[in-house]
Write a protein that binds this ligand. Structure first.
Ligand code: UD1
Ligand code: MG
Length: 451
């Protein structure tokens, strides 16, 4: 039986104090909504429907960027969580499988937890995810009778006795689409908040003699984000968890607390990451690489044995083959660097291909941009590019070629040739000494006049 994921994300998130919809604020380089979508990947959903409200267009765009098969539906007014799920009826009314409801502002529900809910679904019509709350505050309370969940009472509607319950509703719910919509047809907004509560379906199901149960997870998984402070907490929680996972996977982090990972960072075994390294989205580092201190990587692939940094910047489209070295103050963008090539100091390599074994001298720049368009630089195998070479693209340097230091290379250099393009040096005997004397005399005269 298939699964349709429904993510509620219509709320404005007033406490974020932002023009941006709450669910688009990022954790580890991805909108919190994307984290919610990723946690449900364990269920391999056939359909994903996001219920949007505030900032509908922006949210729809972000969703499409991440998963073009995901759909969005607008909830014009936020009349409650039950009303939000009702909005998906046009899309999922005929869906022959389960609906799983998640919240877009609750990014840490674990895939494994959803699988446990799926297990519990085998013997139950509805499954709710609950947690023991340290401070139950305004959460909905789960009323249990043995293994049966008999009702969820919202804090606003609860008696003192009910408020004393510490087992709370995370908001995650699972049940067949046909049953959910059927139960929702029987809800109303006759409650303290005047909203259509999704939680009411539990009581209605019980009244029909259906079986409902709750699966328990750790409170950290149900953390909702409502403020910038909570966003920062969420970032910290994510980073701590992701770093611990990398170390378990055999990666050395010399000072883990200084390394920033992205939601999708992949690092192979026995790679060493020095302090203060930043990973933006889309980075894969293979085994046995070494990422040295203060490097910034985004959209890049580092192969086995690569050495990057200190102070290197790898921008999107960087492909480093095995044993490539990228040294300090080097920026690489949209470039493929083949096996064993070296770009060790103070260079910019953009829109380029570098052959295996090639060495790029200090200060070399691929001049890829003419102010309007970008152009490519192609450098062959075992080439030696002299220090401070300007490679004015489009330009091609053949295999086993060289360029003289300080050259401005505007024409192709063929295989095995030396390309050199700079003013010829002239030495003027005794001239420096004469110049020094002249300048010193001038300075002495000025000092005297000032006295
Ligand atoms: C809800 C639950 C409560 C649970 C708590 C967990 C209900 C009635 N209550 O309460 O039992 O303990 O979550 O955090 O379900 N949303 C919409 N459209 C709406 C209303 C909400 O999309 O009309 C979205 C919000 O953007 C948010 C989520 O649903 O992502 C939850 O809404 P929120 O108002 O935070 O729910 P609570 O009242 O806190
Ligand atoms: Mg509410």
């Amino acid at each position: 039986m298939g699964t349709a994921l429904v993510i509620l994300a219509a709320g404005k998130g007033t406490r974020m104090n932002s023009d941006k919809p709450k669910v688009l604020h990022e954790i580890a380089g991805a909108p919190m909504l994307v984290h919610a979508m990723r946690s449900a990947a364990s269920l391999d959903p056939e359909r994903t429907v996001i219920v949007t409200g505030f900032g509908h267009e922006d949210v729809a765009r972000a969703v499409a960027d991440y998963d073009e098969t995901a759909e969005t539906v607008l909830q014009p007014e936020q009349n409650g969580t039950g009303h939000a799920v009702q909005m998906t009826r046009d899309l999922l009314g005929d869906f022959d499988g389960d609906i799983v409801v998640l919240y877009g502002d609750t990014p840490f529900v674990q895939g494994e937890t959803l699988l446990r809910m799926q297990d519990a679904r085998v013997d139950n019509d509805l499954v709710v995810l609950g947690f023991e709350a340290a401070d139950p505050g305004k959460y909905g309370r789960l009323k249990m009778d043995g293994p049966r969940l008999t009702a969820i009472v919202e804090h606003a509607d609860a008696t003192d006795e009910e408020r004393a319950i510490t087992f709370c509703n995370s908001g995650v719910m699972m049940g067949s689409a046909s049953l959910m919509f059927d139960l929702l047809d029987n809800t109303n907004n006759d409650n303290a908040q005047g909203e259509v509560y999704l939680t009411d379906v539990v009581g209605i199901a019980n009244a029909r003699g259906l079986s409902v149960t709750a699966v328990t997870c750790d409170e950290t998984e149900t953390m909702g984000i409502n403020s910038r402070l909570q966003l920062a907490d969420a970032e910290r929680i994510f980073q701590d968890r992701a770093r611990a996972e990398l170390m378990e996977d055999g990666v050395t982090l010399q000072r883990p607390e200084t390394v920033t990972l992205a939601f999708d960072t992949v690092v192979g075994r026995d790679t060493v990451i020095e302090p203060y390294v930043f990973f933006g989205p889309g980075v894969t580092v293979e085994s046995g690489a070494h990422i040295r201190a203060f490097s910034h990587l985004e959209g890049a692939h580092v192969s086995r044995g690569g050495v990057v940094g200190p102070y290197a910047r790898l921008r999107p489209g960087t492909e480093l083959a095995e044993d490539v070295k990228v040294g300090n103050f080097v920026e690489i963008k949209n470039a493929q660097i083949d096996e064993g090539a070296k770009v060790n100091h103070l260079s910019y390599i953009g829109d380029a291909v570098l052959g295996a074994g090639t060495n790029i001298g200090a200060g070399t720049i691929t001049c890829n941009y003419d102010g309007v368009m970008k152009h490519r630089t192609t450098i062959g195998r075992n080439v030696f590019i002299g220090s401070n070479t300007m490679l004015v693209a489009p330009v091609t340097i053949g295999d086993d070629a060289m360029t003289g230091s300080g050259s401005i290379i505007t024409n192709d250099v063929e295989d095995g040739a030396l390309g050199i393009s700079r003013a010829r040096q002239v030495n003027k005997p005794g001239f420096a000494r004469k110049l020094f004397e002249m300048l010193k005399a001038k300075k002495d005269k000025q000092t005297k006049e000032a006295e």
